[in-house]
Design a protein around this ligand. Sequence first.
Ligand code: NIG
Ligand code: FE
Length: 403
Amino acid sequence: MTKQCDLVINNVRIASMQKNGEPYGHLTQSSVAIKNGKVLTIFDASEESYASTQKYDGDNKWLLPGFIDCHTHLVFGGNRANEFEQRLQGKTYTEIAQQGGGIQGTVNATRESSEQTLLEGAIKRAARLVEEGVTSIEVKSGYGLDMQTELKMLKVANQIAEHLPVTIIPTYLGAHTVPKEYRDTPDDYVQFVCEQVIPAVAKQKLAQCVDVFCESIGFSPTQCRKIFAAAKAHNLDVKAHVEQLSDLKGAKLAAEFRALSVDHIEYLDPKDIPALKQSGTVAVLLPGAFYYLSEKQKPPVAELRANKVPIAIATDLNPGSSPIASILTIMNMASVLFGLTPEEALYGVTMNAAKALNLTNKGQVKAGMDADLCLWDIEQPAELVYGINQHRPSAKWFAGREC
Ligand code: NIG
Ligand code: FE
């Protein structure tokens, strides 16, 4: 009997990114039926038939899930090319931050920018990701730090999805740096974040997660603990920038709160990895920041693997430590700089990135999941990681619609 659906994509090789024991989750079937924005079934055209208004011939190309960039700061005002120059003249990221530049510099520019200007810049950067096959992007606030600008940033983040075929997952990052108004009273700022901003963000449903920067130039573990507790009290998930420049035991703390992810983690102590495994926390690697800051300390990839902690990778797109609007470049960097296999890099922007954002319907080509799909004209999936700026999707579907 012929079954009904909205679209059938035929004649494709499917890298489903499911964990089915095959490289890249390769499936033997070569057709995908889509209905109501979701994958209805994956089937073999010779054995079953689906009647649909639309048919697409995939020409034996590879079909993959749309990519998920699970860590970005792509809403911001201004840029920091001047600091890039200063770093090349010998100043460090930490020194620049201590002298009122760095994140605080972008805070000043973001506070001065109108909502429209912020939105235009954000759309431009998000479009770069989308054209490379990204269909979901996490976007953090954290360049406002006062109530008004943080809410403005989150509103702008939410608006991106009205302009591009993409799902946006906004995150409140109030604890990015201590704003200048609170320089001498950082605990008062933490109190403001916990008692005023988190409740407002939760009430207005502007974000799904709360993030922190646990570092000497950010917030102490004691301060982060308070923020995590406030987030959980408002039913928001937690994520954390930890162990980027030093080991403050932020990952262990985040695991205590069952964080969705710990991000950066170059200085993560391997002894703290079992706690991440236990809490189901994803390790998010950000090779762009490692590259831009000329870091030497690499994340403990072998130990993460040995402990079976899921590894995701992301652009960390931001004006300071990672002005890279390219997920494909980041996939290559994760392999060349951190030693991820091409297969790990691809799981890192699909299935594991979905887990880092609690996106239970995305990141795999699978019946019941969102039909966010990309078709690639390649001979093998590793090609997407191996080259730089060599590929763009031949076709793309967002929630089952070609875009
Ligand atoms: O993930 N580490 C803290 N936050 C950002 C950098 C933000 C900035 O430098 O503007 C990061 O690298
Ligand atoms: Fe970041």
